[in-house]
Each structure stands twice: as C-alpha cells, then as structure tokens.
Write a protein that binds this ligand. Structure first.
Ligand SMILES: Cc1cc2nc3c(=O)[nH]c(=O)nc-3n(C[C@H](O)[C@H](O)[C@H](O)COP(=O)(O)OP(=O)(O)OC[C@H]3O[C@@H](n4cnc5c(N)ncnc54)[C@H](O)[C@@H]3O)c2cc1C
Length: 307
C-alpha cells in the first residue's frame, strides 16, 4: 500500500514526491513523500483526524526559516494554500489573518485599515503560521506583542483557541506542542493614519535592503542570539560568528554572508549538508572559544542523503 493510499480523501490537493527546494528560500533538499495543500480548515481537520498516527506530518509556511535535508522528508508535508490567506479587519482595532497569509500582505492590510503595530511584519518574509511558531519579529517588535488569540488544530484535528499567555512566548520561541498547526490569528492594532503606517513600513523595507542579503538563497538569522533583546550587554550571534572567523566561511556551495554574517547563503550549488556543515563548524568554534552553545533558529527537517 502506498502512502497516498493510506491517506483520507480530501478536497485539497495531494502531490507525491513533491520537490521542497522549490518552496523554501534556501533552495536545497529532497522531496516530501507527499505534499498536502488543504482547501480550508475543515479539510485540514478531517485530514488530521483520519490520517493514521504513525504517519509523520509536518507543516511548512513560506519556507523562509527552514532547511530541508538532502534525503527529503518522510510522511506528509502540509502547506497552507489560498484557503488560509484571508485577512479581515474586526471591531476594536483588530485584524484577523489566516495562517497561510504572507506577513507582508498582513502588514499592508493593517496599514490600509489604519491599524498600527503590525509594521514589523513587512520585514519578515514568512507566513503568519511561521510568525506564530517562531515568534517572528524585528526592530524591537515581535508577534507576541500584538497577538490577541491564535487558532490551532492538534494532530487529531481538534480545534483549539489560545491566548498568547497560554503559548508562553519568549524570544523566537513558542511553547505550543510541535504538532499543532496554526490556522489563523487575531492581532491588536492601534488606530493611526494609513499614510503614517505606510511610511514606517517603507523605512523598515529600506533599512533591510541595506543591511541584509534579502535577495539571496538564505533563511535569515541562522542562530538565535544567546540573550533576548533588551538584555544588558546582550551577546549577539553575529558578533560571536564574526569573532571566530565565520564571516565568509565556506563549505562547498554554502557560506556565511559577508554582509550579515549570521545569514547562511546557498550560492546556487550548495547541498543541505554543506549548509549544515558550515553552520556546525561555526557552532563548534563558538563553543570552544566562549563555551556558548548557539541555538539553530533555522528549522532543519528531513533526513540526510545517505539514509
Ligand atoms: C531574508 C530573510 C530575512 C528574515 N528576517 C527575519 C526577521 O527579521 N525576523 C524574524 O523573526 N525572522 C526572519 N526571517 C526568518 C523567517 O522569515 C521567519 O522565521 C518566519 O516567521 C518564518 O515563516 P515561514 O512561513 O517562512 O515559516 P517556515 O520556514 O515555513 O517554517 C518555520 C517553522 O514554522 C512552522 N510553521 C509554519 N507554518 C506553521 C503553521 N501554520 N502552524 C504551525 N507551525 C508552522 C514550521 O513547521 C517550522 O517549524 C528571515 C528570513 C529570511 C529569508
């Protein structure tokens, strides 16, 4: 019996042996056994309820924080499609957004509705699902600051509505069980003129253009900073990487960016193994020199090529 034959009928789409390198920013890695694009939340809930527990299930957003290993991903990878991309202004200066909506589209929807506070999302190239899981943020703002509630489905398809407190957010960390799939969220804004909000968003975009290699095959910050923002004498990953000679360090087609040395870059010929190896080399140097264990912020999924 093939994996596809074990999966329940759905209204969305199944794709067998789906190449994941095409839908992740780093552009590396092998295929998913099956890629599932659910039609909507009810379709996803049914899939989760009826898919046998032993079949691994993994959710992917825009793939801007994910490294797929060269051997690909066993089981089913779920990608939230257009059925999860809606945004809607609510009463009380709030905005509802589907977990498949791109962060920058949500930022633009908030600006159009005259809701300040979500400008930072214009600088994060992921989806709302990824932002909820990673507590994405930049320039002193993060997702938990504006989150009112999130909706998730657990592995059995049960719908759960949670507050940010229940998710115990911290810097780039969310305590939701790993098998929860966020489907939508409500954010709190404060009223402001759309033109003023758009101006702040443009400033964020301009700042990123000059400080980050945003047109490369990358996944943003490779390692989380050892200390959260606001910590006195905060230790920053890029400084540690720089001080152990990580800037520009190369393995095969992978290197740490010269422009922003916490960003890993695929020059077009890298394998996932190259990227992991250059990352682990820097981690080992930092551990040896400072006794600090850098935490991978990039999520690594799948199996190496040999397996
Ligand atoms: C050029 C560049 C710049 C970046 N700058 C920033 C930055 O300034 N700040 C920042 O925080 N990040 C930054 N990132 C990293 C990345 O954009 C964020 O982590 C983003 O939130 C990831 O969203 P995604 O949809 O791409 O997630 P993915 O990479 O697809 O997934 C990341 C994790 O989220 C999980 N996930 C995705 N969707 C869901 C869902 N619906 N429910 C549950 N879990 C889900 C995945 O399983 C995975 O564990 C940058 C990345 C790049 C490439």
């Amino acid at each position: 019996m093939t994996l596809l034959e074990k999966l329940p009928p759905v209204r969305g789409k199944y794709i067998e042996a789906a190449p994941l390198k095409d839908i992740t920013w780093l552009r590396v890695g092998g295929p998913a056994d099956v890629l599932f694009i659910p039609a909507d939340e009810a379709d996803l809930a049914r899939f989760l309820a009826e898919t046998p527990d032993e079949i691994p299930v993994h959710v992917l957003g825009a793939g801007s924080n994910t490294l797929v290993r060269d051997g690909g991903v066993r089981g089913v990878v779920i990608r939230l499609g257009p059925g999860f991309a809606k945004t809607e202004a609510l009463e009380g200066h709030r905005l509802r957004a589907g977990a498949g909506a791109l962060d920058k589209m949500v930022a633009k929807a908030a600006a159009k509705a005259g809701l300040a506070g979500m400008e930072y999302l214009v600088g994060v190239p992921g989806t709302i699902g990824g932002a909820l899981r990673m507590n994405a943020g930049c320039y002193d703002q993060e997702t938990s600051d504006v989150l009112v509630e999130a909706v998730a489905l657990d592995r059995s398809g049960r719908r759960i509505v949670v507050s940010p407190d229940e998710l115990a957010y911290a810097y780039r960390h969310c305590s939701a069980p790993e098998d929860w799939i966020f489907t939508e969220a409500v954010f709190q804004g404060t009223p402001d003129a759309p033109a003023a909000i758009t101006e702040r968003m443009d400033a964020i975009t301009a700042r990123r253009e000059t400080t980050q290699p945003i047109r490369e095959k990358t996944s943003g910050s490779t390692f989380a900073n050892p200390d959260p923002p606001g910590t006195p004498n905060q230790r920053k990953s890029w400084e540690l990487i720089d001080s152990v000679g990580g800037r520009g360090l190369t393995v095969g087609g992978a290197h740490f960016s010269e422009q922003h040395c916490n960003f890993l870059i695929n020059d077009g010929s890298a394998s996932a193994a190259d990227l992991e190896e250059v990352g682990e080399t820097v981690r080992a140097r930092v551990r040896e020199q400072y006794g600090i264990d850098l935490r991978w912020e990039v999520r690594r999924i799948g199996v190496p090529a040999e397996e």
